[in-house]
Design a protein around this ligand. Structure first.
Ligand code: SAM
Ligand code: DTB
Ligand code: SF4
Length: 331
């Protein structure tokens, strides 16, 4: 049987019609593609650490760390290297293969970047994959990160270009695409996705996925977050997304980006085991693992392992992921 081809020319109508398929038909199609490209019983796990917290000059309407919103978080300067390494070692001992460090910056200064580059090299030396999310980057900053051993850069489109202005006003959708281009051009894997449940329509969800799928190369990792509602942020109290619609969005992401890791990201804490199981069936094959995301709580690790056992899922090892990378997302 010939392998399903990767496409980069999806129309909005085509994607919208995937969303209107009967649920069973959509899930069957997504799961079939999932099996074609991935081991259906394996999930990759990454751990997160906030290396610089709060006081961010951006006004992202969902975020606890924006200086524009009154939220109850403890601001923290850039963490020292030894503290970061200690957390990375714990994540490694718990089975995470990738360590993702996040900073509440609009963009890093060159001085900040040097310190983060040191962290990346040191985490890489532990035998883990590295990921950072630091805001907007220039081309030369991306290249510096690549040289330090960075494997993935997380930079989300967050939502559709049409809904974007309702969520963020301090930087544009195009700014985000520019950063993604710099990351791609410097040879770092891209982790880019968005957030569902911010009051966007189903067409917005289709449009955001269209933007990701029609990039010249699909992001290697596609985090799909469900909004974690944080008191004091403008999006606190937004209408939450229907769980079935969320699962359908995972299925559509899988259909549009067959080779990518689709990451069931923030919001798992609010999901039932059944909803997570449906997301894994629909094509999600990676998660953030550990009791904290950046500033909010994640699922208990014991509960995650119990769910994995219940579903017969095993966490992937680095050998499995390097096999995936060897067949990278290029087309
Ligand atoms: N400051 C950097 C930036 O915005 O690119 C990096 C950190 S930022 C917290 C990383 C991503 O986390 C955001 O782009 C957003 O998609 C996601 N995120 C932040 N707060 C969230 C929330 N309350 N619920 C769900 N996802 C969230
Ligand atoms: C992503 O898409 N989700 C993660 C990671 N990339 C950096 C962050 C989720 C943050 C959830 C809210 C918080 O803990 O502050
Ligand atoms: Fe700042 Fe990132 Fe939060 Fe936006 S999402 S306010 S850029 S930390």
């Amino acid at each position: 049987m010939t392998q399903t081809a990767l496409r980069h020319d999806w129309t909005l109508d085509e994607i919208a019609s995937l969303f209107t398929l009967p649920f069973n038909d959509l899930l069957f199609r997504a799961h079939s593609i999932h099996r074609e490209f991935h081991n259906p019983n394996e999930v990759q796990i990454s751990s997160l650490l906030s290396i610089k917290t709060g006081a961010c000059s951006e006004d992202c309407g969902y975020c606890s760390q924006s200086a524009h919103h009154k939220t109850e978080i403890e601001r923290e300067r850039l963490l020292p290297l030894d503290e970061v390494l200690e957390k990375a070692k714990i994540a490694r001992a718990n089975g995470s293969t990738r360590f993702c460090m996040g900073a509440a910056w609009r963009n890093p200064t060159d001085k900040n970047l040097e310190k983060v580059a040191e962290m990346i090299s040191a985490v890489k030396a532990l035998g883990m994959e590295t990921c950072v999310t630091l805001g907007m980057l220039t081309q030369s900053q991306s290249e510096q990160l690549k040289q330090s051993g960075l494997d993935y850069y997380n930079h989300n489109l967050d939502t559709s270009p049409e809904f974007y202005g309702n969520v963020i006003t301090t930087r544009t959708f195009q700014d985000r695409l520019d950063t993604l281009n710099h990351i791609r051009d410097s040879g770092i894997n891209i982790c880019s996705g968005g957030i569902l449940g911010m009051g966007e329509t189903s067409t917005d969800r289709a449009s955001m996925l269209q933007q990701l799928a029609n990039l010249a190369q699909h992001p290697e990792s596609v985090p799909i977050n469900m909004l974690v509602q944080i008191e004091g942020t403008p999006l606190y109290g937004a209408d939450s997304i229907d769980p079935i619609e969320f699962v359908k969005s995972i299925a559509v992401a899988r259909l549009l980006m067959p080779k990518s890791q689709v990451r069931l990201s923030a919001g798992r804490h609010e999901m039932s085991d059944e909803m997570q199981a449906l997301c894994f069936f629909a094509g999600a094959n990676s998660i953030f693992y550990g009791e904290k995301l950046l500033t909010t709580e994640n699922c208990e690790t014991n509960d995650d392992m119990a769910l994995f056992n219940h579903l017969g899922i095993t966490p992937s090892t680095l050998d499995d992921t390097s096999e995936f990378k060897a067949s990278a997302c290029s087309s």
